[in-house]
Design a protein around this ligand. Structure first.
Ligand SMILES: CC(=O)SCCNC(=O)CCNC(=O)[C@H](O)C(C)(C)COP(=O)(O)OP(=O)(O)OC[C@H]1O[C@@H](n2cnc3c(N)ncnc32)[C@H](O)[C@@H]1OP(=O)(O)O
Ligand SMILES: CC(=O)C(=O)O
Length: 493
C-alpha cells in the first residue's frame, strides 16, 4: 500500500524551543525534502510572523514537486495568511478535546464545530486543499470527533488527520483508535508526539489500521520530546513491514538528518536510531568480530541503505579481531607480539576513562612498530587577539615541508579564528573539513585542562584527533594539526 509523507520539520520541528529558521534555511531544507520524495511539506505557520511568511513564500516560489502547506488555526485570518503565501494546502487545526475546548478556547463543542467548518469552507472556497486536523484528538470524545470530521468531509475537505498532541497513545490503542476513524472513508493522516517515546510505534500502528499519510519531522525534532521521526518511520515501513511503500529515497536519510541538525543547531544523541553517529559504530570486541565476519550479525540494515557509514571505534572494549582489522585499514604491518602490545596499550588508555581517537591509535602503533613519521606541517607560532571590543583575530606561522607560511584570519571567537588561519595556511594542498568539534573541561575551575576532540574529513577519509592542554586555543590547533598530518600521511601511503 502507498503511504504519503507529510514532513513538518519546518513547522512542528521549528516549534522546538530555540529554533528559528531563516527563509534561506527553510528553503535549503525544503529542497532536500523535495529531492528525497516527501509528498507534502508543511513549510510553516503563516500567521506567525512576517519572517515566517517570507520563508513560506520562498519555498512556494521554488516550484517544488511536493505539495506545500501551511498550518492554520480554524480562523479565517490564519487562512488569509496562508493564502497570501500562495501555498497549495492548509493543515487546518481544530482542538477537539473538552480540555482544550473549555479551558483553552473557552467555547462550547457546537461553537468549535461551527468555527472549524466555517474555516474549512473558507479555505476550500479560496482554492486550497484542506487537511482538517483534530488537535488533542486522542483525548477527545470519539462521537464528537467523528461529528467534526464528518462535517468536514461533507463540505469537501480532502483529508482528515487525528493528532496525538501530547503522545498519549500506545501502539495497541493507536491500532484501535485509527481503525475507528478509517471507517469515515476519507484519506486519514496520523500525527504523533513522542512524550513517552512511542511516536514512531504509534504512527506505525495507525498505518496498520489504515492511515495513508503520516506526519513526521527529520531527527524527530518538535515540541517538547518531539514528533515521530521521519527516518525511523520510513525505514521501519521499508524494512520491518513489507507491505507499505513510500516515495522516499532512503539512501538520502543520513544526509538529510545532517543538514537539518546543522541548520537547526539541534545535534543528535549518538545512539539515535538510523542516523545517529553510533547507529553503525562498533567498539565491543565480540560485535566487531561478528561484523567483520558478517555485518548482518550486529547490523539490522546496512549503513549504505540510509547513506550512513560503518565505523570501528577503538577503546576499552575492543577485541583482537577488531584491532587487527583497524590496523590493516591503516596500512600497518605488524606481528602478533606487536599487536598484543598495541592491544594492551589501547586497553590501558580505555581503563583511564579515555576514548581512543584514530590519532591516538596511530601514535600507539607508530611507537610499538618503531615507525618514525615526519610531520608535514609543524606549528611554529599562533597569536590571538580577542576581547569585547575587537573582532577575534588569529595569525599563525606554520612550517610546511620546511617552508615558512604565515596566515591570518578572523572568526566568531578565537578558536574559530585560529582554525581559520591554519585552514588558510594549508588550503593549497589539503581541503580538510572540520566535521565535529567537542571541548570538555577535565577538571573544574578556570585553570582546568581542556580536552578537545575533533573529527576531520579529507575527501572520503575521516579521522578523529584530540589534544589536552590548559589552553583551549593551543589544544584546538594541536588537535586540528595532528589530525591533518595523519590524514596527509595516509594520502601518501
Ligand atoms: C499542537 C500545535 O503544535 S499547535 C501549533 C502551535 N504553533 C504556534 O503557536 C505557532 C506560533 N504561534 C504564534 O505565532 C502565535 O501564537 C499566533 C500568531 C498563532 C497567535 O498569537 P496571539 O494572537 O498573540 O494569541 P496567543 O498565541 O497568545 O493565544 C492563542 C489564541 O489562539 C486560539 N487558538 C489556539 N488554537 C486555535 C485553533 N486551532 N483554532 C482557533 N483558535 C485557536 C486560542 O484560544 C487563543 O485565542 P484567544 O486570544 O482568543 O484566547
Ligand atoms: C497540530 C499539532 O501539531 C498537534 O496537535 O500536535
Amino acid at each position: 500500500m502507498k503511504i504519503n509523507v507529510l514532513d513538518t520539520t519546518l513547522r512542528d520541528g521549528e516549534q522546538t524551543p530555540g529554533i528559528s529558521l531563516t527563509a534561506s534555511e527553510k528553503l535549503r531544507i525544503a529542497i532536500k525534502l523535495d529531492e528525497i520524495g516527501v509528498n507534502i511539506i508543511e513549510a510553516g505557520s503563516a500567521i506567525t510572523s512576517i519572517g515566517e511568511r517570507k520563508g513560506i513564500k520562498t519555498v512556494v516560489n521554488e516550484g517544488l514537486n511536493a505539495e506545500i502547506s501551511s498550518f492554520a488555526r480554524a480562523v479565517r485570518v490564519d487562512v488569509d495568511a496562508a493564502l497570501e503565501c500562495g501555498v497549495d494546502s492548509v493543515h487546518l487545526v481544530v482542538p477537539t478535546s473538552d480540555l482544550h475546548i473549555t479551558h483553552k478556547l473557552k467555547k462550547t463543542r457546537e461553537e468549535v464545530l461551527f468555527q472549524a467548518i466555517d474555516a474549512a469552507e473558507y479555505a476550500l472556497d479560496h482554492g486550497l486543499i484542506v487537511e482538517l486536523s483534530a488537535e488533542d484528538a486522542t483525548r477527545s470524545d470519539m462521537d464528537y470527533l467523528k461529528k467534526i470530521f464528518s462535517a468536514g468531509i461533507d463540505v469537501g475537505v480532502q483529508r482528515i488527520c487525528a493528532c496525538d498532541t501530547v503522545g498519549m497513545l500506545t501502539p495497541e490503542r493507536s491500532l484501535d483508535y485509527y481503525s475507528e476513524l478509517v471507517k469515515l472513508g476519507a484519506p486519514l493522516s496520523v500525527h504523533c508526539h513522542n512524550d513517552f517515546g512511542l511516536a514512531v510505534a504509534n504512527t506505525l500502528s495507525a498505518i496498520r489500521a489504515g492511515a495513508t499519510e503520516f506526519h513526521c519531522t527529520v531527527n524527530g525534532i518538535g515540541e517538547r520530546a518531539g514528533n515521530a521521526s521521519f527516518e525511523e518511520t520510513v525505514v521501519s515501513l521499508d524494512t520491518l513491514y513489507g507491505d507499505y511503500q513510500t516515495d522516499i529515497q532512503i539512501n538520502q536519510l543520513y544526509d538529510t538528518s545532517k543538514l537539518v541538525a546543522r541548520l537547526t543547531g539541534v545535534y543528535l544523541q549518538p545512539n539515535k536510531a538510523i542516523v545517529g553517529e553510533n547507529a553503525f559504530a562498533h567498539e565491543s570486541g565480540i560485535h566487531a568480530d561478528g561484523v567483520i565476519k558478517n555485518a548482518a550479525t550486529y547490523e539490522p540494515i546496512t549503513p549504505e541503505l540510509v547513506g550512513h557509514k560503518r565505523k570501528f571505534v577503538m577503546g576499552k572494549h575492543i577485541g583482537e579481531h577488531g584491532l587487527k582489522n583497524r590496523l590493516k585499514e591503516l596500512n600497518l604491518n605488524f606481528n602478533q607480539d606487536q599487536c598484543d602490545e598495541i592491544f594492551k596499550r589501547v586497553k590501558s588508555l580505555g581503563d583511564l576513562g579515555k576514548s581512543v581517537t584514530d590519532v591516538d591509535l596511530q601514535a600507539i602503533a607508530d611507537d610499538v612498530l618503531e615507525i618514525e613519521r615526519e610531520k608535514k606541517i609543524n606549528l611554529e607560532e599562533v597569536t590571538i587577539v580577542s576581547g569585547n571590543k575587537v573582532i577575534p583575530t588569529a595569525s599563525v606561522k606554520l612550517k610546511i615541508d620546511n617552508k615558512d607560511i604565515l596566515e591570518a584570519d578572523v572568526g566568531v571567537g578565537p578558536v574559530d579564528a585560529a582554525i581559520g588561519a591554519v585552514k588558510k595556511g594549508i588550503a593549497s594542498f589539503a581541503d580538510v573539513e572540520l566535521e565535529e568539534y567537542h571541548v570538555d573541561a577535565i577538571t573544574g575551575g578556570t585553570n582546568a585542562l581542556i580536552d578537545v576532540i575533533l573529527k576531520l574529513r579529507l575527501g572520503d577519509k575521516i579521522i578523529s584527533a584530540r589534544s589536552t592542554q590548559p589552553d583551549i586555543i593551543n589544544a584546538s590547533v594541536e588537535a586540528y594539526l595532528s589530525g591533518v598530518n595523519r590524514l596527509l600521511e595516509n594520502e601518501d601511503d
